[in-house]
Write a protein that binds this ligand. Structure first.
Ligand code: PEP
Ligand code: MN
Length: 334
């Protein structure tokens, strides 16, 4: 309350708290009176109080996100994908091409991913492209190629869902991890729908999303009952134009502190150049990321999408060796 707040103004605040089904805790100091709302304070918003006479400031003392917050669940959550743990001591590197192109390209990619020691495979069948005239992905055929390449090598698959109308098809094709891309991070209807299925979800950070917006987006998924959520930092938009995006390394420890859920880093979309991928990957692991989502292609110069940032199979193999060294230095393994 303001210094000069009257007893009637204080009573009005107390009334409002009781009306919402909570109880008040009034603390009278020599300078200020502080009123606490005891109960589920998420039902109240600060603006309900800030316009009231005599009120100086209203703040939430609990986090607006509930299920995803570390407050609600102090231990790390390990999300299991066909038995493969994400978020535990082991660092997971998910690799594969930006987009599914041909069956032959997918077989070659899967062989490279597996040979490098990665345990999961990515590949986009539905691509969010800036231009409507650019390659949009093979669609359902892409899901089939991805599965046909990954299954024989026991690689669970990760692929992006852009349209809620494709969700049943994703389930039919037994997609192991549903990726929600940066551009859809706040597509709340899509988040609600993936919240109703029993499949792990990788939630990428929006191009200019704050950590709090990102956590609230995850809360949408969790609120529907699906708690198998994996965050993925993929670089944010800043004033810098020398590289595709800026990898927000600081977000990794902050997110790990705020949430119990696993945090991955996509160094490919962050840097936008293959030569930047090793440095960004090592920084990510050193900063506490639980794994990486990396683009690779059998022949990057021929990739239909994001050719500049794709690692060759040899580069992927070399990356795994250096990631392993950093992981071991911080008491983790690959
Ligand atoms: C992708 O991973 O293929 C992709 C499109 O990434 P983002 O949503 O981060 O741009
Ligand atoms: Mn890409």
């Amino acid at each position: 309350m303001q210094h000069a707040a009257s007893a009637a103004e204080l009573a009005a605040v107390v009334d409002k708290i009781r009306h919402a089904g909570l109880t008040e805790h009034v603390s009278c100091g020599t300078e200020r009176t502080i009123v606490g709302a005891v109960g589920d304070e998420r039902r109240l918003t600060p603006d309900l109080f800030e316009r009231m006479p005599g009120v100086e400031r209203a703040i939430h003392v609990v986090k607006p996100y509930r299920i995803v917050s570390r407050e609600s669940h102090p231990d790390n959550t390990v999300v299991k994908v066909r038995g493969i743990p994400i978020g535990g001591e082991t660092i997971q590197v998910i690799a594969g091409p930006c987009s599914v192109e041909t069956q032959a390209q997918m077989h070659a990619s899967a062989a490279a991913v597996s040979a490098a020691g990665c345990r999961l495979m990515r590949g986009g069948a539905f691509k969010p492209r800036t231009s409507p005239y650019a390659f949009q992905g093979l669609g359902v055929t892409g899901l089939a190629y991805l599965q046909a390449a990954a299954r024989p090598l026991q690689l669970p698959i990760v692929t992006e869902l852009m349209d809620v109308r494709m969700l049943d098809t994703f389930l039919e094709y037994d997609v192991d991890v549903i990726q929600i891309g940066a551009r859809n991070m706040q597509n709340f209807d899509l988040l609600k729908e993936v919240g109703r299925v029993n499949k792990p979800v990788i939630l990428k950070r929006g191009l200019s999303a704050t950590l709090s917006e990102w956590l609230m987006a995850a809360e949408y998924i969790a609120a529907g009952g699906n708690h198998n959520i994996i965050f993925c930092e993929r670089g944010i938009r800043t004033f810098e134009t020398a590289y595709r995006n800026v990898l927000d390394v600081t977000a990794i420890p902050v997110l790990k502190r705020e949430t119990h859920l696993p945090v991955l880093v996509d160094p490919s979309h962050a840097g936008g150049k293959a030569w930047l991928v090793p440095a960004l990957s090592l920084a990510a692991i050193a900063a506490g990321a639980d794994g990486l989502l990396v683009e690779t292609h059998p022949t990057p110069s021929e990739a239909w999408c994001d050719a500049d940032q794709a690692l060759t199979p040899e580069e992927l193999l070399a990356l795994m060796a250096s990631v392993r060294a950093v992981a071991e230095a911080i008491g983790r393994r690959v």
